[in-house]
Design a protein around this ligand. Structure first.
Ligand code: ADP
Ligand code: ADP
Length: 224
């Protein structure tokens, strides 16, 4: 069974905009799927529905975030790394475990492990303002992964980074995904990025937003 699914979903916002019309999609365990389309076609709206941040107007949404017992099963990464500027990298990454009731000492081993994974072991005590854009994104991904979610939702995570940093993060993300059991739903308007990263690309069109094509990428990871 899929881990995430939308079944004939419409989303109409309070201002009357029909952002999604008759969208159906499914993502299975350990799949890497991209949502590709131009600005305004409804990609973020889909992500908000499966993150449990908003409700559908019509149709059914099924996702771990909507199951009361599994709030930590979904993690989100946005273009803005959204780190707490007053807190160290360690404390930022600790946050999800802290919310789950783990003390700093209880969380330390897991936080250190995930900081090593993303290449920030030497920056645990640094503050976000001391980090480059790429390193801030690495910290944000570490925070997303620390509680070992089943689903990772990413909304244009690397769009603000320079080309080289972005390519390195794309490669590292594939590596982290492959070593995990994560299902990833990755929003992008870059055709290159969607094809490079994904096993499957869902192509969206606008007015109203809907899935207009589905492309299976036939050369699966690993490519390095
Ligand atoms: P994308 O992520 O592909 O750029 P969005 O899901 O952000 O697309 O937006 C889809 C459409 O819905 C756009 O026309 C946008 O203006 C509209 N929209 C998004 N969020 C809201 C909102 N909270 N209220 C009203 N309209 C919205
Ligand atoms: P990224 O590739 O993550 O965007 P940069 O290209 O800015 O990072 O930096 C390349 C390397 O330089 C980083 O991996 C890091 O080891 C080091 N570096 C960057 N910013 C700092 C900093 N503020 N303090 C110490 N080392 C840094």
């Amino acid at each position: 069974p899929p881990l995430l699914s939308l079944d004939h979903v419409d989303k109409r916002y309070a201002n009357g905009v029909l952002a999604l019309h008759d969208v159906s999609l499914a993502v299975g365990p350990h799949e890497f799927v991209s949502l590709l389309g131009p600005s305004g076609c409804g990609k973020s709206s889909v992500l908000r529905l499966v993150a449990g941040l908003d409700g559908a107007t019509r149709g059914n949404v099924s996702a771990p975030a909507l199951e009361r017992r599994a709030p930590a099963d979904t993690a989100c990464v946005f273009q803005d790394a959204t780190l707490m500027p007053w807190a160290s990298v360690f404390d930022n990454v600790w946050l999800p475990l802290r919310i789950a009731g783990q003390s700093r000492a209880q969380a330390a081993e897991r936080v250190d492990a995930v900081l090593r994974l993303v290449g920030l072991a030497d920056f645990a005590q640094a503050h976000p303002a001391e980090l480059s854009g790429g390193m801030k994104m690495r910290a944000s991904i570490a925070r997303a992964l620390v509680a070992q979610p089943r689903v990772l939702l990413m909304d244009e995570p690397f769009a603000a980074l320079d080309e080289f940093t972005r390519q390195k993060l794309n490669d590292d993300l594939l590596h982290w995904w492959q070593a995990s059991t994560l299902a990833v739903l990755f929003v992008t308007h870059s055709i290159y990025e969607a094809v490079y990263l994904s096993q499957r690309v869902l192509v969206m069109g606008a007015r109203p937003g809907r899935v207009v094509d589905e492309v299976v990428v036939d050369e699966p990871y690993p490519r390095r």
